[in-house]
Each structure stands twice: as structure tokens, then as C-alpha cells.
Design a protein around this ligand. Structure first.
Ligand code: FE
Length: 212
């Protein structure tokens, strides 16, 4: 069987190849470092590929499970507020070495996270950040006009609720602990976890049915 390439209609749209944009200094430095480390036998190409695959495979499910457990288990909630990494480890979730702090939403306070510098994000618990989280518009506007940006996400925060914006860094990451939905006491933990979306843990959204 011979190889073949299916050509579709190229006359309509043009998407630039990613190679078309010039390499940045940091991309060049990262690639040079990567090649050196492989050359020196510090790690292999296969090990690096596996690590990237592992990073890419992380989803918000780990974070959702932690939030749901915190909603039904007050002592776990306390543990999570004191030490996210330790609380996660206690239930078999690997949260990594970088400290993560849980920001608890209340009837008076709504928390939202941003990284004004780049894209620091609790990847171990909620996966890779969405493109908008890395955009300049989000990084700058969330600081200057958080209520306006939140409204654009469909999240209206009442005037009497304080909005607090937290700037993530390379050394400290955050995850928002949203308010539980009404009737959470009667719900199963798995059903509660299904309500905790990625955006709820970033703080640009709230769980369906939560009293905010
Ligand atoms: Fe960052």
C-alpha cells in the first residue's frame, strides 16, 4: 500500500504554520538546554516526551474532587485551607512541590486568580491553562476591571460582595474553593464534583446552583 496525502480545499483559509513565527530568545535557550541535557545523559528524549504527555494529560478532575470533598467533609476542608498540597496527598492526589493555596469564596467574598506576568496556574490540579488565561487582555484587565471581565464570563458579582484578585507566581499558586450549591448536604460527592468546573476553580465562574 502506498502512502497518500489527502488534500482539502486550500483556497479558502490560511493558517500560518507555527514555524512561521520567529523563535524567541527564550525558546532558543530552552531548546539549547534541552539538547545539552539529553546529550549529557541527564534524561532521554523518551523520558522528556513521557513527562510532556503526563503534563498534557492532567485535567481539572483532581481539583474538582478536592473541592467536592471539602464541601462534604469539614475537617478535610480545614486541611485544604491550611495546606492544599498536603491535603491532596492525603487523598492520593499528587499536587507537586510548588505550594498551592486555596482561596475560599464566601457570601461576602469572591476570589479570582490571574498571573499578571505569564501563566502561573495550578496545573497539577486543574490541567493546562486555557489560552485566554495566558492572554495579555486577561492578565491586565482582570486586575483593572475584574467585575467587568467576570461579567463577560457571565459571572455577575453583587455590589456588596468583595472581589479579590490574586496574582499567581512561580513560587505560589492558587485554587479557588467555590461556595457549594444549595442542597449540597443531600448530594453525593461525585455529583458535587461534576459541578466544579475548571472556570469555577479559576474564579471566573461559580458552580451551578451556588448561592453567590
Ligand atoms: Fe506566570
Amino acid at each position: 500500500m502506498s502512502d497518500s496525502v489527502q488534500h482539502h480545499d486550500h483556497g479558502r483559509t490560511f493558517q500560518p504554520d507555527i514555524e512561521d513565527s520567529p523563535y524567541s530568545t527564550h525558546q532558543l535557550m530552552a531548546e539549547a538546554l534541552e539538547r545539552l541535557l539529553i546529550e549529557k545523559g541527564v534524561f532521554t528524549t523518551e523520558a522528556l516526551r513521557r513527562q510532556i504527555e503526563l503534563q498534557d494529560s492532567r485535567t481539572p478532575a483532581q481539583g474538582s474532587a478536592l473541592v467536592a470533598k471539602a464541601w462534604v467533609d469539614p475537617s478535610f476542608r480545614q486541611h485544604l485551607l491550611e495546606d492544599v498540597n498536603g491535603a491532596a496527598e492525603a487523598v492520593g492526589i499528587e499536587a507537586g512541590d510548588i505550594p498551592i493555596r486555596a482561596l475560599e469564596n464566601t457570601v461576602d467574598l469572591h476570589n479570582v486568580i490571574v498571573c499578571t506576568l505569564c501563566s502561573c496556574y495550578p496545573r497539577q490540579l486543574i490541567g493546562l491553562p486555557p489560552d485566554w488565561y495566558k492572554s495579555r487582555a486577561y492578565r491586565s484587565r482582570m486586575v483593572h476591571e475584574p467585575r467587568v471581565v467576570l461579567a463577560e464570563f457571565g459571572t455577575e458579582i453583587a455590589d456588596d460582595v468583595e472581589v479579590r484578585v490574586h496574582d499567581s507566581t512561580a513560587d505560589l499558586r492558587f485554587i479557588v474553593l467555590p461556595m457549594p450549591p444549595d442542597g449540597a448536604e443531600q448530594m453525593a460527592e461525585a455529583d458535587l464534583a461534576a459541578l466544579v468546573t475548571r472556570d469555577c476553580m479559576i474564579g471566573v465562574s461559580v458552580p451551578k446552583g451556588a448561592g453567590e
